[in-house]
Design a protein around this ligand. Structure first.
Ligand code: UFG
Length: 326
């Protein structure tokens, strides 16, 4: 079966591409390489350099015929989205509409969409299940929620089947070392910890140590990117088999504090990782933890690599290699 992976040269997209290839699918990757990198491409997959803001280009590619399209191409910096909503609207909202319209006209029946825990905003209760009220607190999260709603309408009106996969905190790298591309200027916790361990940064900041948590730092639910990738394939198979759309939360269901991450990273890497407490980062909820019961039930999804040590070690192996460290 043929799958189009849009955003397949990015950090999550390359892991999703790898998983579809491993499962025997024929994959075409479309990416504009603004955040993705050629290093994340695989010889077995066809690569098309293109942009979701160009509807004609999308139609041309999709006319080749695919059983499914995975859409991971988006801007994802929550803070930036509050300053540049128009850029986020153009890329995330208009870009996705282009994809959905092209899929409809090409007769692609199934779309797998990268959604985010950001659609929920600050939690009313924990763990966050699929029924949790959705009140995004940044424009990025709003774009993800709006796309989910557009897809609901397209399903109702046009029969397009979709799977919305709401990632919690994606982390880790392919444990076999087949993906080596680093994200440029990362802001997320684990890559920042790794850059500090590698000496690329002199030190890092802990954003807030006075939260009402066990050690005062924020709790997040880190889920291995290969576990996320496996869920994309299962979700596609679910759509093909059941012909019913679905939305699932994907997390490891385990909360880890910022300090726990840093301490364990020091032990695993054997490096100092200087980290100083700084003020809270605006918009950070104290705790976010997923309930992934629905994914476990409907997709038979079981995280295999989302324990803290594998998350840290698989990432460190990539940073170590990239920076020639022993
Ligand atoms: N943090 C630090 N120092 C840093 C970077 C992060 O202390 O240098 C802290 C943050 O304050 C937060 C935690 O580490 O408490 C995790 O922060 P991330 O930026 O890695 O992740 P977020 O939880 O803020 O957001 C991530 C994705 C979003 C997604 C969200 C869903 O970046 O796109 O998870 O849960 F929406």
């Amino acid at each position: 079966m043929k799958i189009l992976v849009i955003g397949g040269a990015g950090y999550i997209g390359s892991h999703v591409t790898r998983e579809f290839l491993d499962q025997g699918y024929a994959v075409t990757v479309l990416d504009n390489l603004s955040f993705g990198t050629r290093r994340n491409l695989f010889d077995e997959a066809v690569f098309v350099h293109g942009d979701i803001r160009h509807p004609l280009q999308l139609r041309e590619i999709m006319a080749e015929g695919f059983e499914g399209c995975v859409h991971l191409a988006a801007l994802k910096a929550a803070g930036e989205s509050m300053v540049k909503p128009e850029t986020y609207a153009e890329m995330n909202l208009a870009g996705t509409t282009n994809i959905l319209n092209a899929a409809l006209s090409a007769g692609i029946p199934n779309v797998i969409f990268s959604s985010s825990a950001a659609i929920f905003g600050s939690p009313d209760y924990l763990p966050i299940d699929e029924e949790h009220p959705k009140h995004p607190e940044n424009f990025y999260g709003f774009t993800k929620l709006e796309i989910e709603r557009i897809m609901e309408w397209y399903d109702r009106l046009k029969g397009l089947k979709y799977a919305s996969i709401r990632y919690f905190n994606a982390a880790g790298y392919d444990v076999e070392g087949r993906i080596q591309g680093l994200e440029m200027h990362p802001q997320n916790l684990l890559p920042v910890v790794m850059e500090t361990a590698a000496g690329v940064r002199e030190g890092m900041k802990i954003f807030g140590d006075d939260y009402p948590t066990r050690d005062g730092t924020c709790i997040r639910d880190y889920v291995h990117v290969s576990d996320l990738a496996a869920a994309h394939v299962s979700a596609f198979e679910y759509l093909v088999e059941k012909k019913e759309s679905l939305a699932v939360n994907l997390g490891s269901e385990t909360g880890v504090t910022v300090l726990e991450m840093i301490h364990r990273a020091r032990e695993i890497t054997g490096r100092t990782i200087p980290a100083d407490a700084a003020g809270r980062r605006p918009g950070d909820p104290a705790e976010l933890v997923a309930s992934s019961g629905k994914a476990r039930e409907l997709l038979e999804w079981r995280p295999r690599w989302s324990d803290l040590d594998t998350l840290i070690d698989s990432t460190w192996q990539v940073y170590r290699k990239n920076f020639d460290l022993t």
